[in-house]
Design a protein around this ligand. Sequence first.
Ligand code: ATP
Ligand code: MG
Length: 256
Amino acid sequence: MKERIIAIANQKGGVGKTTTVVNIAAGLAEQGKKVLCIDLDPQGNLSDYLGYDFSLPRPTVVDVFKGNAALSDSIVTCEAEHIDYIAADITLATADMFLAQTMCREQVLKRALDADKTADRYDYILIDCLPSLGVLVTNALSAADGVIIPVQVQKFALNGIVQFEDIFNLVKENINPALNIVGILETMTDGTNMAREVDKALKERYDGLVFNTSISKRIEAANSTAEQKSLITKRSSVVGDQYRQLVAELLSKEEN
Ligand code: ATP
Ligand code: MG
């Protein structure tokens, strides 16, 4: 994939965004790539997943948005996964308020990335978005080269992407013309008729954009969140192997 800064986004909640960020990051790290993840969700799920100690007084992405810390000062390392990341916490929930007076408030993250050349030190930067179409997501889309849209293959899945497409197009037309859809990732597939129907509808509408790799619904994935461990680093994990395959698919796009 030629895109280096990738937002993982879908305003629908619980579709596997955070799980996808952690496992793509761990899979890229396994391939020797240097990866930075940015948690852009006040729920802080990504930070949790990567074992962040919320009790320590360290700058988070909130301080970056408020202009109180440089991006590079907010980076912490998850040694177990060989991933660097910038944490978020619940105070990010007030972003609408603290960004209200900021000029070009959709581009705060982009400006922060440009300001200290942080991006140059990484092969990939993955941004974990919150389930919303608000100002934090437009910041992610303004800073990114590409977006991966995880879609849980269930009823109404398509309605969600259509709404997401509107925001994507607004950002592309007005702020970030270089923005691409890297791909649509089918998650939590379970072999039901509904899953097959959604798969067919997605491929009809987004021909060529749906990844060949899809992610199965499996209890090990749900457990990995609680265990704070990627499925990539877990031995003989089916979902880990699927994410590994997805990373191979992404890297092969880069070569083409
Ligand atoms: P949110 O919109 O709240 O940020 P999300 O889109 O980031 O959610 P995740 O947090 O990655 O979604 O996943 C939602 C829940 O589903 C979590 O409990 C996670 O452990 C579980 N989950 C993720 N992927 C799978 C899978 N392939 N199979 C089964 N459960 C999964
Ligand atoms: Mg999430």
